[in-house]
Design a protein around this ligand. Structure first.
Ligand code: ZN
Length: 191
């Protein structure tokens, strides 16, 4: 299994970003049904870049995977609590409770550990390592040129109207390089 951090380069974890775990996608796939177990994979350009194992019980899902944290491979195994809210048309909409702060969210982001966007933002803010801040700022500068929403956890957007494809591909590649330089270390003990 590839797991997280399989694309390490220059001592930094290239794949620390972009692992979105969307509760709605899990729900659609039936992966929140009590007793469901299976793998959940992430792909990049057709290649599997990460996989986690999920086991669903009534009020939580159990996540199990191997990830690189501080340069060390580590096994993770912890529950993410679920909550449900009623819909207008009956039925219930599921939500995650962030394992870090307990907030109700639809999407968790996975570095070594999964947490909500806000927790990742806080992690940026408490980063004393200025390299990471600088890398994030530089990535955001490229994002601004591309007209993308600031914040590397927001994923990649499309080509702005009027921009040449060559310019777009060049900026996109540059963005990818800069994102690779942003290493966000969420405390591994936050679960
Ligand atoms: Zn959180």
């Amino acid at each position: 299994m590839g797991g997280f951090g399989s694309g390490r380069r220059g001592g930094r974890d290239v794949t620390a970003h972009y692992r979105r775990l969307d509760v709605r996608a899990l729900h659609r796939a039936g992966a929140l049904s009590t007793g469901w177990r299976g793998g959940w994979c992430w792909y990049r350009r057709g290649a599997k870049v990460a996989e986690i194992n999920i086991e669903a019980s009534e009020a939580s899902i159990r996540l199990r995977y191997t990830a690189t944290s501080n340069g060390e491979r580590k096994d993770y195994d912890y529950p993410v609590m679920l909550t449900r809210t009623g819909c207008n048309y009956g039925g219930a909409r599921p939500w995650f409770l962030c394992p870090c702060c307990g907030r109700r969210v639809a999407i968790l982001y996975g570095g070594a550990a999964f947490a909500c966007r806000r927790c990742y933002r806080l992690a940026y803010e408490v980063q004393s390592e200025t390299d990471a801040d600088r890398a994030i700022r530089r990535a955001d500068a490229i994002r601004a040129r591309l007209g993308w929403e600031p914040g590397i956890l927001n994923g990649e957007g499309g080509k702005p109207k009027g921009m040449h494809w060559r310019t777009f591909w060049r900026l996109r590649a540059e963005h990818e390089r800069r994102v690779a330089g942003c290493f966000v270390q969420l405390r591994a003990d936050m679960r």
